[in-house]
Ligand binder design. Structure first.
Ligand code: ADP
Ligand code: MG
Length: 381
């Protein structure tokens, strides 16, 4: 029987500092009870780090950013708190995105980020973790995979597994990937857009491009500089994208039916003084359409490389899109016009991967054919 969770002051203080959401508390069990060994799932995204703990649900969902005191090399903050420091630090503090650009840019910093976060969640009782599954982009090299595995072992966790983000995304979207049928997943994250074809529970084919969320932001910065003579920061560019992004169909409108706009604040390129400019949804559509040319060609290349039998399955199964970029309006129409198969946008694009790790942890090492058997097994546990 699971013990009722009695909140401890220390835990709530740490949770508050980490931004762990209060609505997740209900699922919590007592981490100080060493008899409870838990499985942990990690979505090590280039933009966001999500952590699932067995019996507790998704306990952490924040930017994969870390702030370090340069002199002492100590962690100042992670996640939302560290993200709030981007572009605003002095010389003593450095803010790092250790997975920036879709590569394992800085293994040491990834370790710091994971250790700091897990340490807070598990109140330093890391031996309460019986196994850990880390989901990463498919294109990561074997050396990088080994580095991540070692990193888990370095934390004292013996059972560490690495799996592909697209596989977790497919399961998280509710697909039964264990069937001998082709499934196609596109995950538009921060650093990479990943394409994966799956069958019999494994990734048959994977491709990726670095044209993804961060690239869109950089192109928005360039556009605003060129068209409005205004220099804006990364966070402003991301806000513009989230507010106005669309790729096909009608442009987003406000309550009065007028095209949506965003007032961007930054520095006038000519005068060097604080300034603002009105950015329209159609401008951002143009920027994104240019960016998506690469995504379009990688999609076509992946479809062309898909074995014919699996390709045939896509006519009925279609393509599933997840990752933060799946929230761009009109994506369904855009991809359907390219691929001529049904396109499904994930209902929860930002949590598809972490929801998939939960299921992968439950069914690790097993291959089931048919959703019903998976369901039966789950009920039997
Ligand atoms: P990763 O797995 O690489 O960490 P995520 O799947 O968490 O990435 O997605 C993060 C990316 O999605 C960021 O670049 C963010 O700006 C972008 N994003 C989030 N919401 C939206 C939105 N509504 N419209 C467009 N892009 C979005
Ligand atoms: Mg991701």
């Amino acid at each position: 029987m699971r013990k009722a969770f009695k909140p401890k002051k220390q835990l709530s203080v740490i949770n508050a500092s980490l931004g762990i959401r209060s609505d997740m508390k209900e699922e919590r069990i007592d981490m100080s009870d060493s008899s409870k060994k838990m499985a942990v799932g990690v979505d090590l995204g280039t933009s966001n780090l999500l952590i699932y703990v067995e019996g507790r649900g998704t306990v952490f969902n924040e930017p994969s950013i870390i702030a370090i005191d340069k002199a002492t090399k100590k962690v100042v903050s992670v996640g939302i708190k560290a993200a709030s420091l981007v572009g605003k630090t002095h010389e003593k503090v450095e803010v790092i995105r250790p997975l920036s650009g879709g590569v394992i840019a800085d293994v040491e910093m990834i370790k710091e980020l994971l250790v700091f976060t897990l340490d807070a969640i598990f109140l330093s009782k890391m031996d309460n973790i019986r196994k850990m599954l880390i989901c990463i982009p498919s294109e990561i090299t074997e050396t990088e995979k080994q580095a991540i595995c070692l990193l888990g072992h370095g934390m004292g966790i013996d059972n560490v597994n690495i799996d592909a983000e697209v596989k977790a995304a497919a399961i998280g979207n509710g697909l039964d990937i264990y069937e001998p049928r082709g499934q196609f997943v596109i995950d538009i994250g921060g650093g990479t857009t990943d394409f994966g074809v799956l069958s019999l529970g494994e990734v048959v084919l994977a491709k990726a491009t670095k044209v993804a969320g961060e690239h869109f932001d950089r192109q928005i910065i360039e556009h605003v500089k060129f068209a409005h003579k205004l220099e804006i920061g990364d966070q402003t560019a991301e806000r513009i994208k989230i507010a106005l992004a669309s790729i096909d169909g009608d442009l987003p409108v406000d309550e009065d039916g007028k095209e949506l706009t965003f007032i961007a604040k930054g520095r006038d390129q000519v005068e060097g003084l604080p300034q603002q400019a009105v950015i329209t949804a159609s401008e951002i559509r143009e920027v994104l359409l240019r960016c998506f040319e690469t995504i379009k060609s990688t999609l076509i290349a992946t479809l062309e490389a898909t074995p014919p039998e699996l390709s045939g399955d896509l006519v009925t199964n279609g393509i599933w899109v997840s990752g933060g970029g799946a929230k761009i309006l009109g994506l369904k129409q855009y991809f359907e016009n390219i691929a001529h198969v049904p396109v499904h946008i994930s209902e929860h694009p930002l949590t598809a991967v972490i929801n998939g790790t939960k299921k992968l942890l439950q069914f690790e090492g097993k291959h089931y054919f048919g959703e019903s058997r998976v369901g039966m097994e789950a009920r039997a546990q």
